[in-house]
Design a protein around this ligand. Sequence first.
Ligand SMILES: [Zn+2]
Ligand SMILES: [Zn+2]
Ligand SMILES: [Zn+2]
Length: 270
Amino acid sequence: MPKHIPILLVLLAAAIIVPVLLSAQTKEEEEAPAYAKCAHCRKEKFVSVRAKDKTGKSVPLCYECAMLPRCEYCQMPSEVKTDGGDNLCRDCAKDCVKDKTEAEKVMKDVRQVLTMKFKMTTKHKIIYEVGTRKDLNLEADGEHNELGWFDPKTIRNKPQYTIRILTGLPRDVFRSVGAHELAHDWMNEELPHLSDKPEIREGFAEFVAWSFSKAEGNKRMMDYTEGRTDEVYGGGFRKVKAMMGDAKTASEWKNVLLKEFPLKGKKNDR
Ligand SMILES: [Zn+2]
Ligand SMILES: [Zn+2]
Ligand SMILES: [Zn+2]
């Protein structure tokens, strides 16, 4: 009988001490500085800051990596400088669009999505170009840091449509810029009287890009559009978005805009 007493005592002591030790350990872990795998150098280190990656997820960065220059399109340290002059992180650089053939392929797809999701379409043959800001004349209006340009022209009495996009944009950014420029093409055809209202013209193109990003489940490009603070693009976007209410297709958007900005004088005689 007395043989069992020490065993019982040991068990009793363990029952009391083990939970105390465990709780102490958890507490210590909580209070210690975060030690984790840095999302950039992938080494186990003390985490200095958290940064949003390409997908918008918050990831840890170590002290050294946090000091590096950052990607133009997310908060990760940059690794690549594109011909367009942008710093890109590893992930954004992976699928960036940097040549004409690729751009044509992606734009064909963007155009198809706009037609399918929003019935937004024109019959125009469009020429697509990629290049540096200087090549593409994107520096013409530097204050908005434009990434693309829709350029309708008349050459020998024939209309010619060109869309120019900055080289080296991450694919999702490129797609969103493409949707913005295609919205200009559509508006130029359907609502030409709005082309001299910069806030509505750019606001509508941003609204189309935002709707497109939403349809694609692209949260970061939605955030990007929503976060623009300048008057023409950001302000215009908020104005047009508020105007649109439940309107979901290009013809409904057109009706809203026509109601808000009627054609002056006689009806559209196109
Ligand atoms: Zn690191
Ligand atoms: Zn990035
Ligand atoms: Zn624009």
